[in-house]
Design a protein around this ligand. Structure first.
Ligand code: S3P
Length: 176
């Protein structure tokens, strides 16, 4: 039987990592968070990487790690950083190698979720509250065309382990 790679994509703060961990436990798959892989590989925080090496370096690293991970011959849930689908044809790669699930939430809700959760996010941490709201709205608009290439979109009310599993079953991706 062929292996299943489920990629969780979506904007910062949508909840990819938390949901990905739970989903992987429920399905008995391995779990990988690409940001965590970068941190353990470089022994630096994402903030430090952006500060010392720059965003281009980070984008290169996350794309490299994505390519390496997709060679693993095991069932996996993979949570990817919010920007990853928008660089280096990563969306095409993920669609070729597995099932992409876009976790959708409207900009206003992302703003509420990120307001007090941005100190570890280099793209957000130095913005004022007013700048943050506009940055999220503008960046989401730019990223949506990439996110919408996902095979499955998970609406805000289905973003539970059960909701994702139901979607995967409806698509015939998992049978259990
Ligand atoms: C980023 C999202 C972050 C992390 C980095 C850049 C982005 O991951 O990869 O700070 O460009 O949206 P999360 O989506 O897990 O916050």
């Amino acid at each position: 039987m062929s292996v299943v790679h489920i990629f969780l994509i979506g904007f910062m703060g949508v909840g990819k990592t938390k949901l990905g961990k739970k989903l992987s436990r429920q399905l008995n798959y391995s779990f990988i968070d690409i940001d965590e892989e970068i941190i353990s590989l470089t022994k630096k925080s994402i903030n430090t990487i952006f500060q010392e090496e720059g965003e281009d370096y980070f984008r290169k690293k996350e794309s490299e790690i994505l390519r390496e991970i997709t060679t693993h011959k095991e069932n996996m849930v993979i949570s990817v950083g919010g920007g990853l689908p928008c660089y280096n044809d990563n969306m095409e790669l993920m669609n070729k190698q597995g099932i992409t699930c876009y976790l959708f939430r409207p900009s206003k809700e992302l703003y509420q979720r990120l307001l007090n959760n941005r100190s570890e996010r280099p793209l957000l941490k130095d913005l004022s509250v007013e700048e943050l709201e506009k940055y999220i709205a503008d960046t989401l608009e730019k990223r949506v065309p990439y996110y919408e290439k996902a095979k499955i979109t998970i609406g805000r009310d289905e973003q539970t382990v059960e909701g994702i599993i139901d979607s995967l079953k409806r698509k015939g991706i998992i049978l259990q």
